[in-house]
Design a protein around this ligand. Structure first.
Ligand code: FAD
Length: 505
């Protein structure tokens, strides 16, 4: 009999399977889609030879995470290759100003001195602060919450930075991006440079909890750069699948699980849509917690999962380009991400409009230029553009996404054209994935929520997903959960997959 049956082949399900199969467990992964990887998938969706990361593209979390540390040699020998970028991101503003953050601290200070001179000192201070806090913050991401290990880690933090330092850290964890950036910076450009990172998750500038991401990602980009997969993010999925198969594990696509079979309070296997009943000693659901009540036939213990809320929606626009965009500041061509948000108040309006079911006038744009560091993703001299639109309504008042997606994408391209004149003539092919399309690819992306559930404080850290379902265990014996709906949340990190693997080893 299968030791561990995993429902879903997202980065966390595959990480659990790879780690357990290496330990000799008999694993089986069932995936409803025709391909493995969930929100990590590369396809030629515009023109032949143009490889687009349909969803996630930035693999930095995985590259620096615990699964990579455990499986590095196995993954590399099964084809995993990363492409690092030392120019991770920049923000572009309507008046032509640009702040680009590289891995060269001195160069960044020179840029700030030119564009936002009053913020040079604050940037240096925050760089030092990340150095001071990193040894305390990063281990928490790999620790089960709540747990004795987490309590010990907090105690060590207190010993290292004292009561005042610890309280200041807690204060920052509760701050909004706006409060954090106003406290540290004085130029609107620097505030926006950091606050946009909150919008990558579901932190509008005025949402408590956004400060941590604005801080970690803006300064972290400088310290660690960014990492992409060679030839596409799928290289990570392919190598994980190979490792699992080499270790004797089995993976099957086109296998939708419609029920987790529970007998006498214990999970004993699953029922698939095609009528197969597959038994296993343990079941791991790499499934959005909000979908579990349906799989568990609305058992009383699933009641509170109905309160697990999605984050706001995302849309993807993929372009095949004849040449890179001619940005109003030409240096933007060399960065991996170009952010167009543009300022904090615009982000606040975008967030409010999306939350109210209104199509934002100028949504925040994360524009990936992967071919800058990885030319192998397009025919020679050509490029792909990865455009993530943040944030969007889950439901649009009076309309469906299928009705408006292409038109709305036109508006977004028109907006980018203002920052990159001539872009439209440069487009060879285009593929739009609306929030509804995202959910069609992967049911975990409920209504186009790219995060597997909102990351607002009431359902983050030791509260993810809900108080009765923490620590990757469930009220049902032998049933475990991983994925972005569980701690440590969204992103291509594999952290929850690693925690479940440890529980089941
Ligand atoms: C558009 C977009 C862009 C993103 N960009 C980035 C980025 O650049 N960097 C980053 O770090 N993160 C990014 N993210 C977030 C990141 O991709 C996700 O948080 C992460 O990949 C989710 O992994 P997961 O383990 O939760 O599983 P998922 O990716 O959600 O996969 C779960 C799998 O389970 C399958 N499944 C669900 N229910 C069933 C069932 N009943 N039966 C069988 N199979 C089932 C699904 O089909 C899916 O394949 C992005 C997300 C999106 C959507």
């Amino acid at each position: 009999m299968t030791d561990v049956l995993i429902i879903g082949s997202g980065i966390n399900g595959l990480s659990t399977a790879a780690l357990l199969s290496k330990k000799g467990k008999k694993v089986l992964v069932l995936e409803q889609a025709p391909a493995f990887g969930g929100a990590v998938r590369t396809e030629e969706v515009t023109l032949p030879g143009f490889k687009h990361d349909l969803f996630a593209t930035n693999l930095s979390l995985f590259a620096g995470g615990g699964v990579m540390a455990e499986l590095k040699d196995d993954l590399i020998s099964h084809g995993l290759e990363f492409v690092p970028s030392d120019k991770p991101y920049c923000s572009l503003f309507p008046d032509g100003k640009m702040i680009g953050i590289t891995m060269d601290r001195q160069k960044n200070l020179e840029t700030l001195q030119r564009v936002a001179p009053n913020d040079v000192k604050a940037w240096q201070d925050l760089t030092a602060k990340l150095g001071e806090l990193a040894p305390h913050l990063f281990p928490i991401l790999g620790t089960e919450l709540p747990s004795l290990a987490a309590a010990k880690s907090l105690f060590k933090t207190w010993r290292a930075i004292g009561t005042e330092g610890t309280l200041n850290l807690i204060r920052m964890l509760l701050q909004s991006s706006r409060a954090f950036t106003e406290e540290h910076f004085s130029h609107p450009e620097t505030k926006a440079l950091a606050a946009i990172w909150g919008m990558h998750l579901d932190y509008g500038p005025d949402i408590s909890g956004g400060a941590l991401f604005s801080f970690l990602e803006s300064i972290g980009g400088q310290e660690f750069g960014m990492v992409l997969g060679k030839g596409g993010a799928n290289v990570l999925i392919d190598s994980l699948v190979s490792v699992i198969e080499k270790n004797g594990g089995e993976l099957r696509t086109g296998m939708e699980v419609v029920e987790i079979i529970v007998e006498s309070g214990k999970a004993i296997g699953v029922l698939t849509k095609n009528g197969e009943r597959i038994l296993a000693k343990k079941v791991v659901a790499n499934v959005n917690p909000a979908l579990l009540p349906k799989l568990l036939k609305e058992a009383p213990s699933t009641q509170e999962l109905h309160n697990f809320r999605p984050g706001l929606g995302t849309m993807m626009i993929h372009l095949a380009l004849d040449e890179l965009p001619n940005w109003i500041d030409a240096e933007a061509k060399s960065f991996n991400y170009v952010h167009i948000a543009p300022y904090i108040d615009d982000m606040a309006i975008t967030y409010a409009q999306a939350a109210a079911g209104i199509l934002p006038d100028t949504p925040a744009l994360v524009i990936g230029q992967p071919t800058v560091s990885d030319p192998s993703r397009a025919p020679e001299g050509k490029h792909v553009l990865w455009i993530q639109v943040r944030v969007l309504p889950l439901d649009i008042k009076g309309k469906s996404w299928d009705e408006v997606a292409e038109q709305y994408a036109d508006r977004i391209i028109d907006n980018i054209e203002k920052y990159a004149p001539g872009l439209k003539q440069n487009i060879l092919g285009r593929k739009v994935l609306s929030p509804t399309d995202l959910e069609r690819y992967n049911p975990n992306l409920i209504k186009g929520d790219s995060l597997g559930g909102s990351h607002h404080p009431a359902q983050f850290f030791f509260l993810r997903p809900t108080p009765g379902w923490i620590r990757h265990r469930t009220p049902i014996e032998n049933l475990f959960i991983c994925g972005s709906g569980t701690w440590p949340g969204g992103g291509v990190g594999g952290g929850s997959g690693l925690m479940v693997a440890k529980l089941l080893s």
